[in-house]
Design a protein around this ligand. Structure first.
Ligand SMILES: [Zn+2]
Length: 101
């Protein structure tokens, strides 16, 4: 990367991304903008490569699938709940008429 300006900007943006003050996608957009506007960068063939590398670094991997050793502790709460059968007590309290005297 020849462009001092971009180097500084990237460092700056990267810190913000690290502290979650900026979205990675936003940083990518800023970099792209700079590449389009900056003459030094337009003249630099390698800067594209570097930007691509930075992009790969800051952007989350496209496939967020099965990663071994993932420390996601998502507890699955789907336990086949046994159906609560209502107790079938046979109610045998038919009192015959009240025997109160
Ligand atoms: Zn530049």
């Amino acid at each position: 990367m020849e462009c001092q300006r971009l180097q500084k900007l990237v460092k700056n943006w990267y810190l913000q991304v690290q502290s979650e003050a900026m979205a990675p996608a936003r940083m990518v957009a800023f970099m792209e903008n700079h590449l389009l506007e900056c003459e030094a960068c337009l003249a630099d063939d390698k800067v594209r490569e570097e930007v691509e590398r930075i992009k790969a670094m800051i952007l989350p991997p496209p496939k967020a699938g099965k990663t071994p050793g993932e420390e996601d502790s998502e507890e699955e709460t789907e336990t086949g709940e046994p159906e609560d059968e209502e107790d079938e007590d046979e109610e045998d309290d038919d009192d015959e008429e009240d025997d109160e005297i």
